[in-house]
Design a protein. Structure first.
Ligand SMILES: C[S@@+](CC[C@H](N)C(=O)[O-])C[C@H]1O[C@@H](n2cnc3c(N)ncnc32)[C@H](O)[C@@H]1O
Length: 272
């Protein structure tokens, strides 16, 4: 397939532009894959030079909107139902249930929800415990395309990597083409587009008991990840918890959240 060559200098300025917009960090080892994806998009919208495409993205009135569409091509949306389930169950048992028992309405934010499998998993756990209507559940991602699919509550076959756990069976329907989740679960989630590096705009979101930010910080530079974690921390209630992916650690960022082991999983807690 024909493509457009990407000089190292053009890689530098284009990858810096993407990092500025979405936090995504591409180093030289990612240059070939980055180049292929950017070239495919540039050609699709009618450019025959990546430098001209860069100038368009950076300086043209329509550049910002196109940059968002380019970011859609660069994000990794890998996710599935019941992924890394124990931390979700522990967060609900330890941080959501006690709030309800105290007469509060707890709030959960799933902060990079991709095509929705993760917030649907949270909704399934809550529904199975009869708690779905007692919790605010917000799910967000930078990708509008992913959010459109999430809102449909319908997934491909890869959304299910094993058996449906018994607790969820009542709300999940599988067929040869994929998996669907009952509409009441999808409707219980407030879906929003939020860019994780725009933390300054979040105060109006209020505070959360549980924030899930799983398997996304790995795509950011350490500096960006540190900033995102600090902004998420600002959105946690005292006594709330941040859950990251099981292969991720915040320890090197020197965050003032306290890493605690609870029922066999590691969670980052904000002092009450
Ligand atoms: C690998 S998926 C993780 C999905 C889910 N959290 C999980 O663990 O299964 C990463 C998601 O992060 C999103 N993402 C990447 N950069 C982002 C940003 N700056 N703001 C918000 N979401 C972002 C991508 O669009 C993608 O949907």
């Amino acid at each position: 397939m024909p493509t457009l060559p990407m000089a190292p200098q053009v890689f530098s300025i284009l990858s810096a532009l993407v990092a500025e917009r979405a936090g995504l960090h591409f180093d030289a080892s990612h240059a070939p894959i980055f180049g292929d994806k950017v070239a495919a998009r540039a050609m699709e919208v009618g450019f025959d030079s990546l430098l001209e495409y860069y100038y368009f993205l950076r300086y043209d009135a329509g550049g910002g909107a196109e940059l968002d569409l380019l970011v859609e091509q660069l994000v990794v949306g890998e996710t599935y139902l019941f992924r890394e389930l124990p931390p979700l169950e522990v967060a609900i048992t330890r941080f959501v249930l006690p709030a309800i028992e105290q007469g509060r309405r707890p709030r959960i934010w799933c902060a990079a929800c991709a095509t929705g499998e993760e917030p649907h998993t949270v909704a399934l756990i809550l529904a199975a415990r009869g708690l779905l209507n007692q919790v605010d559940l917000i799910a967000s991602d930078i990708s509008n395309a992913a959010l459109r699919r999430a809102r449909a509550g319908r997934f491909g076959r890869r959304a299910l990597r094993g058996e449906v756990p018994a607790f969820a069976a009542r709300w999940i329907h599988t067929d040869p083409e994929g998996v669907s989740v009952e509409a009441q679960l999808t409707d219980a989630v407030q879906w929003q587009r939020i860019n994780l590096i725009d933390g300054g705009r979040w105060p109006e979101m209020g505070l959360f008991d549980v924030i899930l930010c799983r398997n996304v910080l790995i795509y950011f530079s350490d500096d960006t990840a540190r900033r995102v974690v600090a902004n998420l921390n600002q959105r946690l209630r005292p006594g709330g918890v941040l859950v990251v992916g099981i292969s991720e650690s915040l320890l090197r960022f020197g965050s003032d959240l306290r890493c605690e082991e609870r029922d066999g999983v590691f969670l980052y807690e904000k002092l009450a």
